[in-house]
Design a protein. Sequence first.
Length: 228
Amino acid sequence: MSSAKRKPALAPALNNPLPLETFPGESDARAKARAMVRPSINAAMVIEAFDGNLLGKDTSLEGLIEALRDSMDRTKGGDLSTVEAMLVGQATALQTIFVSLARRAQVQQSQRNLEAFLGLALKAQAQSRATITALVDLKFPRQPATFVKQANIAAGNQQVNNGSLPNSTREGAHAHGKENNSVQNKLLEADHGQPCGWVDRGPAATAAGGNPAMEAVVEVHRTEEPRR
């Protein structure tokens, strides 16, 4: 028994065809291609396909596009009131879906149906929470994290830097080290015009060879090694 192939479902036709807007010297094909990528027209086509004539036959696709253009222009100008209202509406609608599905899950007799309805309810609740989070981030943007560069100065002219320092800071530390070295060099200078680093070594020590007793001990107790 052969089964007939099902034809793919086509997108529903527009209830109110949009009049094509063309520029001088522009072909119809190019005008249609330009219209197909416009965000306002794309959004209007989706809204019209799902909502249809929800508000009556007087609603036109062209009027919907104009309303979307106004909302987009206000958003680009910095007015986010429409976006904020949209997020509030979506969060509320998702909360309503969560409540409805949770109530339907409670009256189910089958465990499978209970889990199915409850799983859908929790998904709607998670989407509502995510929408509220997006609204809070839009109203109160988070401040970016700042990283503070720290310099630890040890005793003397040692310096331990955490992170890179500006050129001016490195030059100041280098000049400070030179100043400390100059002060130390001045302190090392001795009295009476002695050169830097001069140390009084005291009287010269006498040679060990001038002690006859030591010479005798070395002579007597010297170990004789056999010649090889």
